[in-house]
Design a protein around this ligand. Structure first.
Ligand SMILES: Nc1ncnc2c1ncn2[C@@H]1O[C@H](COP(=O)(O)OP(=O)(O)OP(=O)(O)O)[C@@H](O)[C@H]1O
Ligand SMILES: Nc1ncnc2c1ncn2[C@@H]1O[C@H](COP(=O)(O)OP(=O)(O)OP(=O)(O)O)[C@@H](O)[C@H]1O
Ligand SMILES: [Mg+2]
Ligand SMILES: [Mg+2]
Lengths: 260, 260
């Protein structure tokens, strides 16, 4: 049974791309077939996997073609690692951000383009992971309308915790509009073990969102910040590191629904 | 002569709110009259100053009223510290994000609402600082159309550096549309002194953007992450700290145009 998981949080810089990158690779290393979709016009997931990057190739194509012109998802993807297909952002994805996700018939239809594309392609993969931009634009709507689950990285700081209840309300609003539930998972990221604030944020999360916080916490370690600059996952860059161990364990948590 | 400065970067979590908060307060401590505008629906600048917060007060008003209903800026503000007026985000600011900033007459007009409001209010203050969300929505357009200067916090990591050229292109595009220049300042934030990657990112910034990087670098220190949770600036929370010294120096850099 295919799982479609959007990696999302309107709060910026919490580790969405880092999580999408390393989770996708951890899942393939344990034998799962994965499709990673880069829904952020910054194309950071694409760049982190060494894939098509609008910075170096201004004409590159990807999910932008699927959403703007209706190309098929499989036609817009490429196998970047064994068992891992990437649908890159493409150079024109930013055009989708400025379109309205308003109430007009046209606006409403635009929100379902990713869902419709996933209905036609990649039906036999195990997991689809969608990396999202830090905004509530039309791209975010496409992710929420397509996904059955949302993985929410929350960095261990006050503003990240503050932003969470608003984001949960956005998800709830979408559930009302599409008349089905979206399973929510939280993962604590960028934890600074020695900071009192970080430990407090983590225990607050476990209290407010019991049963939804995945067991593994991801600590702040420099190797996780370095690997994207080489177009590599943490497993290729420094396999014997805390970051690699933690993302392997997080992949397992997600597969067996292991929460705190 | 009033300066209107947008604190912006589409890359999330680089320290936009932390910089807007502490810069606004540093400028008032050296006797300048400042207006801080919270243009992020997450209302993080408002919360960090202990101002109206949609989380605690779902009916609170602020810049949302100005942009949606045309209320005056001064009517929507409150003096939160001596010499510092805050125009909070307000509970309805998110509604502006889903409106299109497209080419239609209506879309184009919506982009100038903040500029028009600033033409009518706060003409005699020294500095207007606008904290922006990490997206390129209609709110970002309102900030760029209103601002004469853009202050771009860049955290010392690879993805933040990667995102910069795309953001610079967005600014250039807006300059073409409004037929005037926008002065750009960069500030290196969240520097981890001991990380080789951080030092490399910083020297690359100074090479690529000579004359635009402000002299003071802001280091990653826990007090800067803690102060917002108390609704305080770094000067109220821990005045004798590295973070307080650095934001005081950064305010001076901005006032005298001191770059590397
Ligand atoms: N656990 C970690 N340890 C160290 N650095 C990290 C960790 N997680 C993320 N980072 C770094 O922090 C920065 C922000 O992370 P990332 O870009 O993944 O966040 P994001 O939520 O995707 O950001 P955006 O909101 O812009 O999409 C990146 O430079 C990344 O390398
Ligand atoms: N110099 C610093 N030292 C330590 N922590 C910092 C520093 N600057 C920012 N932070 C922390 O990092 C997190 C992200 O910073 P902040 O929210 O200011 O970034 P932002 O760019 O405004 O994010 P967003 O894109 O969501 O608006 C916050 O929790 C903040 O407290
Ligand atoms: Mg990202
Ligand atoms: Mg912010």
């Amino acid at each position: 049974e295919r799982r479609i998981i959007a990696v999302m949080n309107q709060k910026g810089g919490v580790g969405k791309t880092t999580t999408a990158l390393n989770l996708a690779c951890a899942l393939t290393l344990s034998g799962h077939r994965v499709v990673a979709i880069d829904l952020d016009p910054q194309a950071h997931l694409s760049a982190s996997l060494g894939g098509p990057d609008p910075l170096r190739d201004p004409g590159c194509k990807g999910i932008d073609q699927v959403l703007i012109e209706g190309t098929s998802l499989s036609g817009a993807s490429q196998e970047v690692r064994p068992n891992l297909h990437l649908v890159a952002a493409g150079a024109r994805l930013g055009e989708m951000e400025s379109l309205s996700s308003g109430r007009s018939r046209d606006g409403a239809q635009r929100g379902f383009r990713l869902r419709d594309a996933l209905d036609r392609s990649f039906k036999s993969v195990d997991v689809v992971l969608i990396d999202c931009p830090p905004s509530s634009s039309l791209l975010a709507m496409n992710a929420l309308f397509a996904a059955q689950e949302v993985l929410i990285p929350v960095s261990s700081d006050y503003l990240s915790l503050h932003a969470l209840s608003r984001f949960m309300a956005v998800i709830q609003h979408v559930e009302g509009a599409i008349k089905r539930n979206i399973t929510r998972w939280l993962v604590v990221t960028r934890l600074h073990e020695r900071r009192r604030l970080a430990r407090e944020v983590r225990s607050k999360l476990m209290e407010y969102f019991q049963g939804q916080v995945l067991m593994t916490t991801i600590h702040e370690t420099v190797a996780l910040a370095e690997s994207p600059s080489f177009g590599q996952s943490i497993f290729e860059y420094r396999n014997a590191s805390r970051g690699a161990d933690e993302y392997r364990a997080l992949a397992d948590d997600l597969l067996v629904w292991r929460t705190c």
